[in-house]
Write a protein that binds this ligand. Structure first.
Ligand code: GRF
Length: 208
């Protein structure tokens, strides 16, 4: 079986991207897929150094080039089969959404449909959870479509919050969940698509 080639789209620090790169470089994940490319829209994104340190090809594509079709061209030229968004702050162009339908996932740092949508990223999300005095937060992994944070939900992981938790405490709890679950959930999806689903994926739930 040919290994699936994953591209990661990221705009920031890239800690989730690193968790994915590490997972698919070693262990059971490496049997089915590899991270073949990291793409960022921000010249100075921290994710670039993380990719370089792990020997993964990385590129900076400016917003205008992405909007003009360069992202889809690069994905096709690099023979990419799956796309994982990990803190990617641009809207994914419609041509990429169409070409990677049900092969492109995003991770959101809250329990969608709460605290999602335009402007809800990074600490904005955790401050909203804090202000709402939610007893729980978590992470949502979902298919990507043309609307922000509205693709079908594939997985949610939850964490209990304490009244004294600050937005920074909430962010740290959620990030730990994300690093733990995102690589395993993506591996499960790829295995199911390949028909090599030998492990228990009952933690994946579809809301289609
Ligand atoms: C994560 O919390 C993810 O849910 C969101 O953006 C954040 C990216 O963090 N989409 P990092 O760059 O992976 O550290």
């Amino acid at each position: 079986m040919t290994k699936a080639r994953i591209a990661i789209l990221a705009s920031g620090s890239g800690s989730n991207a690193e968790a994915l790169m590490t997972h698919f470089a070693t262990g059971p994940g490496s049997e089915v897929a590899e991270v073949a490319w990291v793409c960022t829209n921000r010249q100075a994104a921290g994710v670039r150094a993380r990719a370089q340190a792990l020997g993964v090809a990385e590129s900076h594509l400016p917003k205008a080039a992405i909007a003009e079709g360069a992202l889809l061209r690069e994905l096709q030229a690099r023979d990419i089969g799956w796309v994982a968004l990990a803190g990617f702050l641009l809207k994914v162009p419609a041509d990429v959404c169409a070409a990677f339908e049900h092969r492109m996932v995003n991770i959101h740092p809250a329990l969608l449909p709460k605290h999602g949508g335009l402007g809800m990223y990074g600490m904005h999300v955790h401050r909203a959870v804090h202000e709402a005095k939610d007893a729980r937060s978590g992470t949502t992994i979902h298919w990507v479509n043309e609307a922000y944070d509205e693709g079908d939900i594939l997985f949610q992981g939850e964490v209990a919050l304490q009244p004294e938790d600050t937005p920074e405490d909430i962010a740290a709890k959620v990030l730990e969940l994300e690093h733990r679950h995102y690589p395993v959930v993506l591996e499960g999806l790829i295995r199911m698509a390949q028909g090599t689903d030998v492990r228990d994926n009952t933690h994946l739930k579809s809301h289609s």
